[in-house]
Design a protein around this ligand. Sequence first.
Ligand SMILES: [Zn+2]
Ligand SMILES: [Zn+2]
Length: 278
Amino acid sequence: MKGTEYKLRFWGVRGTVPTPHADKLRYGGNTVCLSAALTEDEYLILDCGSGLRLLGNALAERKTKGPRRFHIFLSHYHFDHVEGLPFFQPLYDPQSTIALHGFQSGGRSVKEVLERLITPPYFPVNLAGVPAMMQYVNTDGLPLPYGDIRVSCLPLRHPNGSLSYRLEHGDRRIVFATDHEHGDEATDKALIRFSEGADYLIYDATYIPGEYESLRRGWGHSTWYAAVRTARAAGVKTLVLFHHHPDHTDQDLEEILRVAREELPATEIAREGMELPF
Ligand SMILES: [Zn+2]
Ligand SMILES: [Zn+2]
């Protein structure tokens, strides 16, 4: 018998900076955010890019109001992964409990990093004083259960650090591996082990191989080709290309998908509104 099935929804798929341009809207211009509803009132969220605002707005439109709980997991603190947080309506609702999970960075806890960012003069509101009940969790404690989902993490290769998260539900697995540069053998092998047999691997495919080789080595991002190699080595069922370059148009992304599928037919490309069942 099948138990509960969850859906991981993409609210933002773009890397680096939002792209509200007509030639990029089929796949979407919001930066990184995904969520899964555990119940009507409890949510698991991956990253707080500008897509997070849309999740907050969607919840605000619901008829049922009451206490809600959010478990947010941050891959890292670059703008495209946190810029949506101050625009997330549940921050301003005293009935919300928001637990933010992240790693220590430069000797600062996740709480210190975010409170130093969401404060005047960068934003008119102090994160430290928002009406929601805020909780901060150092990711050292993972893996942890949230409902019947188990969350674990793995460090990736990225300037200032980045974490991959794996969601496991029964025998279903999704690995979220954004902001990662391939090429360090130990990290690549660890990611392959971490992704072994996953139903979905969501992977940083910022560059096409030519862009990467000529200009972007050391910038902390990867290519669709490295994505395919990782997915194949890990025996992943479906690869999802993610963290689209802000200059790549819908047409470019379709071309990337076409060539990637020639190498690995079970490849998809993330777009806003897409949902992965698990
Ligand atoms: Zn990013
Ligand atoms: Zn980054």
